[in-house]
Design a protein around this ligand. Structure first.
Ligand code: MN
Length: 230
C-alpha cells in the first residue's frame, strides 16, 4: 500500500464522566427548530412535519474552556443543546422504538452560530455551512454514560452567561424526541458509533461577546463552562 502524504489528524474525542473511557467522534448531526418557542423567535413555522437537519464537521468539537471568537462574524450566537452520543452502528434504517438502544451517553453543548451569516443564507436560500460548521463551533461537555444515568423528559436544560439565565427549558418541550430523530436520520444516513446529535435549542438565543463567561447545564447529566476569548 502507498504511504500517506501526511499524517491524518486523530478523531476528536470526548471523555466520559467518572470513567476511564473516551468517545471518538465520527459525525455531528444537528436538529434545527426542535423547540416551538425558539422556532417562533426565529420567525420559522412551528410544525411537526419533517425535522430540520444540518451537520457540523467532527473537528468543530471544542473541549477547551477558552473559546476563540470566530472570524467572519459580528453576531456569534449561543444555542444550548442536549448532545446524544451513539455507541453502536444502526446497520440500516431503524423502526420507531429502535433508536434509543444505540445511545451510549448524553452531554450538553453549544451549537454556536454566526447569526449574521445565517440570516444572509436564509434570505438567499444558500446552505448554512459557513453559519454553523466553523472551527470550534461545537463546544461539548464530557459525556454521562447511559449506565450512569439518562435524562428524562423533566430534565432541565439551561444556559447562563455572566451569571444571568439566558435560555431554559426541559427536554419534554422538544418537538421531536431522540428516538424520532434517530429513526429519521437512519433513513437518510448510515448512523455509526461515534456519531453525535445536537438535539436543538429552546428560546433565548443571543450574542456571545469576548470576555463572556458561560455555563451550560443538562440537569443531572453534564455541565459545560467556558469563556469567550477576544
Ligand atoms: Mn441549534
Amino acid at each position: 500500500m502507498s504511504r500517506d502524504l501526511f499524517r491524518a489528524p486523530p478523531a476528536p474525542r470526548l471523555a466520559f464522566i467518572g470513567r476511564d473511557l473516551q468517545f471518538p467522534v465520527h459525525r455531528i448531526y444537528c436538529v434545527g427548530r426542535n423547540f416551538a418557542d425558539h422556532a417562533k423567535e426565529m420567525g420559522a413555522p412551528v410544525e411537526r412535519g419533517t425535522p430540520t437537519i444540518f451537520m457540523k464537521p467532527a473537528d468543530a468539537i471544542h473541549r477547551d474552556a477558552a473559546l476563540p471568537y470566530p472570524p467572519g462574524t459580528t453576531d456569534l450566537h449561543h444555542e444550548v443543546e442536549m448532545v446524544v452520543a451513539l455507541g453502536r452502528d444502526a446497520g440500516g434504517p431503524l423502526s420507531p422504538g429502535e433508536g434509543l438502544a444505540l445511545v451510549c451517553g448524553h452531554g450538553v453543548g453549544l451549537d454556536l452560530t454566526r447569526r449574521d451569516l445565517q440570516a444572509i443564507a436564509k434570505d438567499k436560500r444558500l446552505p448554512w455551512d459557513v453559519a454553523k460548521g466553523f472551527d470550534a463551533s461545537a463546544p461539548v461537555s464530557a459525556l454521562r454514560h447511559v449506565d450512569d444515568g439518562r435524562p428524562g423528559p423533566g430534565a432541565a436544560l439551561w444556559l447562563e452567561v455572566n451569571g444571568e439565565r439566558r435560555q431554559a427549558s426541559t427536554l419534554g418541550e422538544m418537538i421531536f424526541g431522540v428516538d424520532d430523530i434517530l429513526v429519521h436520520l437512519s433513513q437518510l444516513f448510515r448512523l455509526r458509533a461515534g456519531d453525535l446529535v445536537f438535539m436543538g435549542t429552546p428560546a433565548g438565543v443571543a450574542a456571545l461577546k469576548p470576555g463572556d463567561r458561560y455555563r451550560a447545564v443538562l440537569e443531572g447529566i453534564a455541565e459545560l463552562d467556558g469563556r469567550v476569548e477576544g
